[in-house]
Design a protein around this ligand. Structure first.
Ligand code: TXA
Ligand code: MG
Length: 337
């Protein structure tokens, strides 16, 4: 670490241009050094890119909130290399153990009671008595966690209220000079943020749908609670306008106006849009999920007036896709978080 000292100090100070690095040996050393010194590193996970910081340091976690302009009442997910490390910070009951055994590492976050002696910064819980924890499956995320030898608090690496990044250049665009190092792992395979499952209450509740579906979880846990009418109460980051692009979205579109961009799905995309991107011409939901955020960004940058979105089947992964589309279509009248 000594030999990198000057470089790290340099990287911790305000930088105008983030460094996007391929994930090679030197980049991991540099990234681990920045994290141990309390700085930020953006890294790929199988879901979306995360903006990581030492979860045990108040100062480091504060940097996350500042870089994203994220309100401090919105808690953070902490990432670990193994279940034992997570178990030092939160309490796993039999349900949590079963779910972790079946779905970790993977695109699933568990909300569990925080241990009294937890080393994690209280800022990660944002005043709640629970902590969200996850073991990512992506090899770059796993190697970074191992080399830094720290639990990493990591929200999606976008400015608060914007679409989550699924490519390294999305992070660079969204966070500009506020993150000194971005590890480039190419496009994220899943493309939607992790499923958030609340196991801190008697009946398990899916607070955010994702690639691990309610059906998958129900098969293991039995009946799940209906998500609260106002999920913002339980998961502050789930206010409905969380994922908004700038252009208005029109959902369930069967026809298209000439000044609209079209986000299509399946083989029967109508003609006549100013610009069309097809989430999956073959109607594959996993392919559609992986493309969703990147395509929304591209259409948002187009000259079209608005974005028309074809219906996506509301089953399996389609539930999570439709959840993000509904949020993206909600006018940004609520406070942005
Ligand atoms: O896929 C993902 O989950 C990515 C990658 C980087 O892991 N992370 C991510 O973090 O999406 P973020 O902060 O953008 O979204 C986390 C969501 C927010 O809606 C937050 O409010 C909720 O999880 N959350 C975090 N801690 C919570 C807690 N203790 N109780 C309830 N909800 C919580
Ligand atoms: Mg987010």
């Amino acid at each position: 670490m000594q030999k990198n000292k000057t470089n790290i100090e340099d990287l911790l100070s305000e930088t105008r241009h983030p460094t996007v690095r391929p994930a090679e040996d030197r980049s991991f050393e540099e990234a681990a050094g920045i994290l141990r010194a309390g700085g930020l590193v953006a890294f790929p996970t199988e879901t979306v890119y995360g903006l990581g910081a030492d979860a045990t340091s108040d100062a480091a976690v504060t940097r996350i909130f500042e870089a994203k302009a994220r309100p401090r009442f919105n808690p953070l997910i902490v990432h670990f290399t193994d279940v034992a490390a997570a178990g030092e910070e939160v309490v796993f009951d039999a349900r949590a153990e079963a779910v972790a055994e079946r779905f970790w590492p993977g695109p699933l976050t568990l909300v569990l009671p925080r241990r009294a002696g937890s080393r994690l910064s209280l800022l990660c819980s944002a005043g709640l008595d629970t902590q969200a924890v996850r073991l990512p499956a992506h090899p770059i995320a796993q190697r970074l966690l191992a080399e830094a030898d720290l639990p990493l608090a990591a929200p999606s690496a976008n400015a608060s209220g914007r679409i989550s990044p699924t490519r390294a250049d999305h992070v660079a665009e969204s966070l500009g000079g506020r993150v000194p190092l971005i590890l480039d792992g190419g496009p994220c395979a899943v493309g939607l943020e992790s499923t958030v499952l609340d196991l801190s209450t008697a009946t398990p509740t899916v607070l955010r749908p994702g690639a691990v579906t309610a059906e998958d979880l129900g098969a293991l846990l039995g009946p799940l609670a209906e998500p609260a009418a106002n999920p913002a109460v339980k998961a502050p980051g789930m206010l409905s306008s969380h994922y908004a692009p700038d252009k208005p979205l029109r959902l369930g579109a069967e026809t298209i106006a000439p000044d609209e961009a079209l986000l299509a799905f399946g083989p029967e995309a109508p003609d006549g849009a100013a610009v069309t991107l097809n989430l999956s011409a073959g109607g594959n939901l996993a392919e559609a999920a992986a493309n969703l955020f990147a395509f929304l960004r591209r259409l948002d940058e187009s000259a079209a007036r608005g974005i028309a979105v074809m219906p996506v089947p509301d089953e399996g992964l389609g539930t999570a896709i439709n959840d993000r589309l509904r949020r993206a279509a909600t006018p940004r009248s609520e406070p942005q978080i």
